[in-house]
Design a protein around this ligand. Structure first.
Ligand SMILES: Nc1ncnc2c1ncn2[C@@H]1O[C@H](COP(=O)(O)OP(=O)(O)OP(=O)(O)O)[C@@H](O)[C@H]1O
Length: 282
């Protein structure tokens, strides 16, 4: 379990990025920090591995204040995936994935063997092992970033807009893969995004943030959609007049046609007694 206890962060130039933020991240689940640019998501994420030190409050992992753990040891025990994968340009894929196990003293051959296994886990062709990052697509690079973060089997995975820079189709595929991985691995994941669809698709718990790192609402995807706390959350989720405000109208062949607020068709809703098989939004 990760706990943020009344953390604040004011940077040295006076920017108040986070103010009095508290949150419990349950183990073995995915918590998404959702908010628009500059609201403090990355600042919060980096407090977990001490890349950012809070100016007030503390972050605790399983009841240990991370401020008491050496930063190097902490970072080697927590997986971290960045938006631009953060791969070493001159290192081959297999060596990059093996970086943390090597630093933690795993013998070279064993670390490489594990890296090859992980390539398979994240859906990478083993033939890519000897390439450099510049010879991979954006989606492949992000998979390498995920494999590298998982390489020493950390309990915690921090993911900072990991799929933000890839095209929408690849993004959906990476989201699906992450869900599949998480079904197997049950890591404690903190995932940062400004994309509402991504948050709803991946989060067991979602924290909607206002500017200044203040919590607007915390809940399951369903709780947020069913009962947004206020207008800010409602607007942010697009429930007011956006494409998530849906309408259903009877369909001649049975079932109902679902449209968005502007009347654009999204899909077909089954009748309970066995209408057409297509689901809404598919
Ligand atoms: N090192 C720094 N020094 C000064 N201000 C900073 C620093 N890092 C971040 N900030 C500021 O703190 C605020 C929060 O930044 P942060 O990167 O945490 O937001 P974010 O929600 O992750 O944004 P984005 O989605 O654009 O990455 C912003 O106003 C940002 O300009």
């Amino acid at each position: 379990m990760i706990e943020f206890r009344q953390v604040s962060k004011t940077y040295s130039d006076g920017t108040a990025a986070v103010e009095d933020f508290s949150l419990t991240v349950p183990s073995h689940t995915t918590t998404v920090l959702l908010g628009s640019s500059g609201c403090g998501k990355t600042t919060l994420l980096r407090m977990v591995n001490r890349m950012v030190e809070p100016t007030a409050g503390s972050v605790r992992i399983d009841d240990v204040d991370v401020g008491t753990v050496r930063p190097v040891a902490l970072r080697r025990s927590i997986g971290y995936v960045m938006q631009n994968s953060g791969l070493m340009p001159h290192r081959r894929v297999v060596e990059d994935i093996a970086t943390v196990p090597r630093l933690n003293g795993v013998p070279r051959a064993e670390a490489r063997r594990r890296a090859m296994e992980l390539m398979e886990v994240v859906g990478l062709d083993p033939q890519l092992a000897r390439r450099h990052p510049g010879q991979l697509s954006g989606g492949q690079q992000q998979r390498v970033g995920v494999a590298r973060a998982l390489a020493d089997d950390p309990n915690i995975l921090l993911m900072d807009e990991p799929f933000g820079a890839v095209d929408p189709l690849v993004r959906l595929e990476l989201q699906r893969e992450l869900r599949r991985l998480q079904d197997d691995l049950r890591k404690t994941i903190v995932f940062v995004t400004h994309d509402i669809d991504e948050a709803l698709a991946l989060g067991d718990q979602i924290v909607v943030l206002r500017p200044g790192g203040r919590t607007a609402q915390t809940g399951t995807p369903r709780e947020l959609v069913e009962a947004p706390a206020d207008d800010f959350v409602s607007r942010f989720l697009g429930l007011g007049a956006g494409r998530r405000k849906l309408r259903a109208a009877p369909r001649p062949g049975g079932g109902q046609v679902v449209t968005d607020d502007a009347g654009r068709p999204l899909g077909v809703l089954d009748d309970a007694d066995g209408g057409p098989s297509a689901g809404a939004g598919e």
